[in-house]
Design a protein around this ligand. Sequence first.
Ligand code: PMP
Ligand code: GLN
Length: 385
Amino acid sequence: LNRRLAEFGTTIFAEMSALAVRTGAINLGQGFPDTDGPEEVREAAVRALRAGHGNQYPPGPGVPELRTAITGHQQRRYGLAYDPDTEVLVTAGATEAIAASLLALLEPGDEVIALEPYYDSYAACIAMAGATRVPVTLRPDTSAGTYRLDLDELRAAVTRRTRLLLINTPHNPTGTVLSREELHAIAELAREHDLLVVTDEVYEHLVFEGEHLPLAGFPGMRDRTVTISSAGKTFSYTGWKIGWVTGSAELVTAVRSAKQYLTYVSGGPLQYAVAEALRLPDSFYEELRADLRAKRDLLCTGLAEAGFAVYRPAGTYFVTTDIRPLDATGDGIAFCRALPERCGVVAVPNAVFYDHRDQGAPFVRFTFCKRTDVLEEAVTRLKQL
Ligand code: PMP
Ligand code: GLN
């Protein structure tokens, strides 16, 4: 393994899911639903397969049906206009979108500012691009039970070498949804220093308080912002790996230059199904949100009763907790490694999402995208700690 990747080892999601399988524990670690998404979307995939739609290489940017559905969604939902022929790119999940964007837009030695804790592929992809990550730590506000972005710290992180801001809202793992004011400040900073922005908005529909605002919608941002989303989260088909990028033709062309040598294309028939999924009525999104909100409340209440300090998420399907009321050592990694044996539940230590590991040490993430009976059983077990 080369020096760029040596520090990363095995992703925590693979490690913790393997632990869940080995111990038979309830897996609240890796974020994937235990119930499939809409039946009609699955049926659309079967129809596409049978009709031979997408069984051979689809077009490089994605099938036109899906590109049009994506631009339609951005227009309808956010009033953002993109040209389906030049300003959209379908990718192998958001994961490839992140990789291709960073590989395409960064020069070796460039600095990338990312909100810490961050989704683990960010650090690895920045490293693969030969660039340097500059983490800005989201600060836990213990009394409010939320995280917040310190805008002064963000401003102070910009140097002559800063090329790109890598933003994630709603934010994994803290569940933070950046506010209009925070996004305004980020946009201002990007304009002032002429920075590019890559914004990972895969949880755009999973918001329980406030609303999701796309960074690309702020003044002067459309043409400097690459926006990423994914069908995995919105339609509960994480195994399909259909993601996408929207942005100016110039930026999307750049991302495509990298993407064509990573996977070239993927998921032919599934692209047609996701095109149909994106046309589901608003009621679909409302039901998804209501279902997950109830699950969030169930798990947050249960975790608090079990003795964890809970950071209540405004979005995503993750809740971050502080283990210190239960475990004075505050070592979240050791806690997560022992948890399956102790009580039959798997969680993920947030420390692995930090460069400043000490900042993340006592925090542990649980997902609530599971059936209600599964969450209830997990809470029962956690109360035995
Ligand atoms: N970004 C974030 C913040 C995520 O949580 C995930 C979830 N896996 C991804 C990107 C990757 O999405 P996909 O499964 O579509 O590759
Ligand atoms: N995004 C999911 C999570 O954060 C899973 C990602 C993965 O397995 N690579 O849990």
